[in-house]
Design a protein around this ligand. Structure first.
Ligand SMILES: [Zn+2]
Length: 150
């Protein structure tokens, strides 16, 4: 079950992030070197993309970027474009769904979208692989944070 605590303020779904999946599947033990992360919101980290530039996020005056008077700001729009191009996810679309349909419906749709057809686990948005079924592919993969190597 996807957790709402793992939906970052920007709309990123950390449930499908490589850092979160690497941590929960302990990939280092399987010989795959990927960095671990417990999720943006649980860590309350300095978001490399947004937080440095955004007072609202630093001060926690918004829970989601969609609540911001400047939404969608230029920084968020740039990351969104990057995520759409490389990682098959739109942060703005995610935030839109949460606003329109509510968090629970969004989470169930995300579980559906990213479900591994083989094991029912989770496909990673950063490379399109399942961290249960595709560990041998991950080991050989040149670009761990891209869907396609070729
Ligand atoms: Zn799988």
């Amino acid at each position: 079950m996807f957790s709402k605590e793992l939906i970052a303020p920007c709309g990123m779904d950390c449930n499908v992030c490589s850092g979160y999946l690497a941590l929960t599947h302990d990939l280092k033990k399987k010989g795959i070197r990927m960095s671990y992360c417990a999720g943006c919101r649980p860590r309350d980290k300095q978001c490399a993309f947004l937080k440095k530039q955004c007072e609202h996020l630093r001060k926690h005056s918004v829970n989601f970027c969609s609540e911001c008077p400047k939404f969608p700001c230029q920084n968020l729009s740039s990351i969104d474009a990057r995520y759409q191009k490389l990682f098959r996810m739109s942060l703005l679309e995610n935030l839109g769904s949460i606003t329109t349909d509510g968090m629970e419906k969004f989470l169930r749709a995300e579980e559906e979208k990213w479900r591994c057809p083989s094991c029912g686990g989770t496909i990673c948005c950063h490379n399109g692989l399942c961290f249960v079924c595709d560990t041998s592919r991950l080991k050989k993969k040149k670009h761990l944070y891209r869907w396609d190597d070729e």
